[in-house]
Design a protein around this ligand. Structure first.
Ligand SMILES: [Zn+2]
Length: 341
């Protein structure tokens, strides 16, 4: 069984350690210490240097008692969204909440607490278990930067579970791919009251591009959005620059590519309509686009070992709703039993 009091206190402790994205060092050091106390080999990797943060991912390797079995990976992220500094948690019965001046950071400190408490229980209760690779990642909230920079070639686990859902009774096995698009639209500056015909409005190009663009739900598995737009200096200046950021997601790679190309084409087409010649110099409207893969789709079949572990552990517990830590402990027990069969 899970030690309810201990996991509650651990969660309260973790949420009170500031860890905005790129500032996870304090919580990383604490988690490292606890994992080392449990006998793990712990490293903090170099992901922090790569993404401009003050800490890397904490990777803790626990030997397990069934040493010849394949390890299982468990993961949660250490960073929180803003405003998440100086958290003052309030405990009311079974509920832990904030004083509403900050977020709680239960996303994803609760995942971190579950992993630590479950391993403590496995060890204390001498429950046979496989080796465990625990990854406490950085910068999840700003684009999964920690997870993206884990050197997966160093991991021995071939499967694992990420604890980052607000519903312990729900297992995500499918997810979309996502592209982030950054548009930089260039026009030509001119005085709007004196010589507007000598300018090219980057705002007008942008407006035409977006008006022609399919956004929102594109089909049942594809969405698209323009979320950030910045540009212009003053009402009397024809604006020569607009910056935009958007995204598209789809569970289908071909559809994702098609929507990405469509969004790019809207900007290129709108920009191509504009051209002015001033004092013999010709300037054309222009749109630069960069596309970055935010994350790639996931589709784990129900027949896979890891999904079966969760389903069968749930069945053994015989409930529809689960406490995440109890459920995880059951999963680890079952994984150990299956490894020794
Ligand atoms: Zn999260």
């Amino acid at each position: 069984m899970i030690n309810q009091e201990r996991i509650k206190n651990l969660l309260l402790e973790l949420v009170q350690i500031d860890s905005h994205s790129r500032k996870e060092r304090d919580v990383a050091e604490r988690i490292k210490k606890y994992c080392e106390e449990m006998g793990a080999q712990v490293e903090i990797d170099d992901a922090g240097e790569k993404v401009g943060g003050n800490s890397g991912n904490v990777i803790a390797r626990f030997a397990g008692t069934i040493t010849n079995a394949q390890p299982i990976m468990m993961s949660a992220h250490m960073d929180t969204v803003v405003p998440g500094e100086g958290v003052k948690p309030i405990v009311e019965g079974d509920i832990i909440r904030t004083d509403e001046t900050t977020v709680l950071g239960g996303d994803d400190k609760s995942g971190c607490a579950v992993i630590i408490e479950v391993i403590r229980c496995l060890q204390e209760q001498n429950t046979p278990h496989t080796p465990i690779e625990a990854i406490f990642s950085i910068c999840e909230e700003v684009g999964l930067l920690g997870a993206k920079n884990v050197d997966v070639s160093k991991l021995k686990a071939k499967y694992g579970i990420v604890f980052d859902s607000d519903d312990p009774g729900f297992l995500f096995t499918k997810g979309p791919s996502s592209n982030e698009l950054v548009f930089k639209v260039y026009g030509l500056e001119s005085h709007a009251g004196v010589a507007p015909e000598d300018g090219i409005s980057a705002i007008k190009i942008t407006a035409e591009a977006i008006a022609a663009m399919r956004l929102g739900h594109i089909d049942e598995e594809t969405t698209a959005n323009i979320g950030i737009i910045e540009g212009g200096k003053a009402t009397n200046i024809i604006p020569n620059y607009v910056y935009l950021k958007g995204e598209t997601r789809s569970r289908n790679e071909d559809k994702l590519t098609a929507q990405t190309e469509h969004m790019i084409k809207c900007f290129k087409d709108a920009a191509a309509k504009y051209e002015v010649t001033v004092a013999g110099v010709t300037t054309k409207g222009r749109a630069e686009v960069t596309v970055e893969r935010e994350y790639s789709s996931m589709d784990v079949p129900d027949s896979s070992h890891v999904v079966q572990l969760v389903i069968q552990a749930a069945k053994r517990m015989g409930k529809d709703m689960y406490a995440a830590a109890e459920m995880t402990l059951e999963i680890m027990k079952l994984n150990g039993e299956m490894a020794t069969k």
